[in-house]
Design a protein around this ligand. Structure first.
Ligand SMILES: NC(=O)c1ccc[n+]([C@@H]2O[C@H](COP(=O)([O-])OP(=O)(O)OC[C@H]3O[C@@H](n4cnc5c(N)ncnc54)[C@H](OP(=O)(O)O)[C@@H]3O)[C@@H](O)[C@H]2O)c1
Length: 347
């Protein structure tokens, strides 16, 4: 476990980095993303922070807190519903028009639900879009800006930051006896949807897509984290979710990671040299994490709430052995081509 003092010391030292890091927080109006954005404001100089979500009221409150913590912070709210990939494309175009580089893409959008398949106008399940397709579309669209940050000649080479963090759970598909398998014949779950499969597919496709990106884009690192239990707004779309949340929070508080600690720990995951891109991690000695494919410094890391990477898992290795990286990347690019490039529904 990376203890909290180590995390805090690392974060406190971020002020010595070049000022003006640019960070995008998808799902930044609440919970873990907001808490991490506030940690960026607390620990860095003149950060440019983009918050993406739907709630103007939550964003106004978040921006006021950020300006109080750090008057040099430059927060901007981009309001959009990203359950449609066309909205993801528009908001990414807006960011690309304003910024030449992006240091951190941090993503948490999602919600708990008891509903079955909930199809969007683009033919995809809404929950699977928020937990997987929209996130990966942000990655695909913003990679040129992330690459520009990795090559930023105005910043000392060892102080450069180009990182993607997706917060969900890399191991949800193998918890509680789960099989850790993907249904390659129905990756979008058009025909075989269940909430269980949706959770497993979102997690596994995120695992393997990010692993594929780390191979293709060796100057950016890719981190998929499990936050553990954190008292946030994640239950708000359940029937009586806000009431349930208010009742459960005090009862479970000893088992939950406090939201501010989660933000500090996620800032560590988002900036620590333990998780270098492949180009820097290859053959490096010292405190570098083992990547998701078992190679130290591979550029893709599956990280638990405490800052340690998950140990190898036999079921996930078996799924990787079925050519999961190639099949998931191919499927995702096919969805993007059909929905985003051709404007059709999937399939
Ligand atoms: N909290 C936990 O205990 C826990 C445990 C394991 C895994 N996770 C996972 O970690 C992630 C983050 O959780 P959290 O607790 O931080 O969640 P949260 O507090 O509910 O935050 C979710 C964010 O997603 C945004 N969002 C939801 N639907 C959206 C949409 N259609 N368009 C744009 N933005 C949307 C929300 O903003 P708006 O409402 O403004 O749109 C909000 O900012 C989630 O994927 C969750 O499943 C959480």
């Amino acid at each position: 476990m990376v203890n909290l003092r180590t995390v805090q010391a690392h974060n406190a030292a971020l002020k010595s980095l070049a000022p003006g890091i640019v960070a995008v927080f998808v799902g930044g109006t609440s919970g873990i993303s907001l808490s991490t954005a506030l940690a960026v404001a607390r620990h860095t100089s003149s950060p440019k922070i983009y918050l993406i979500g739907r709630s103007q009221i939550a964003a106004d409150t978040a921006i006021a807190s950020m300006k109080t913590i750090n008057p040099s912070a430059q927060p901007t709210f981009l309001q959009t519903d990203i359950s449609l990939l066309k909205n993801v494309d528009s908001v990414c175009a807006e960011i690309a028009a304003k910024e030449k580089r992006l240091n951190l893409l941090f993503m948490t959008p999602g919600y708990l639900t008891l509903k079955g398949r909930d199809e969007t106008a683009e033919g995809l399940d809404r929950k699977l879009v928020l937990h997987y397709y929209a996130r990966m579309r942000f990655v695909a669209n913003l990679l040129p800006l992330l690459t520009a940050a990795a090559q930023d000649a105005s910043v000392d080479a060892n102080a450069r930051l180009s990182r993607v963090v997706s917060v969900l759970d890399p191991h949800v598909s193998v918890r509680a006896g789960g099989s850790g398998t993907l249904d390659f014949s129905d990756l979008s779950l058009k025909h075989t949807f269940s909430l269980n499969k949706c959770g497993a597919h979102a997690s596994l496709m995120g695992d393997f897509f990010l692993e594929g990106m780390a191979q293709r884009h060796p100057h950016t690192s890719f981190v998929h984290t499990y936050p553990s239990g954190v008292a946030t707004g994640v239950m708000r779309e359940l029937p009586l979710g806000r009431v349930l949340s208010a009742v459960l929070k005090p009862l479970l508080s000893t088992f939950l990671v406090p939201v501010q600690e989660s933000g500090e720990r996620h800032l560590f995951a988002a900036t620590s040299g333990r998780f270098p891109p492949k180009a820097e991690g290859d053959g490096v000695q010292g405190d570098v994490a083992v990547g998701s494919n078992g190679t130290k410094g591979s550029g893709c890391y599956w990280v638990s709430w405490d800052g340690e990477v998950f140990p190898a898992n036999e079921k996930l290795e078996k799924t990787r052995g079925e050519d999961a990286v190639v099949k998931v990347v191919q499927h995702t690019e096919e969805v993007f081509k059909r929905v985003c490039d051709e404007g059709k529904t999937y399939p």
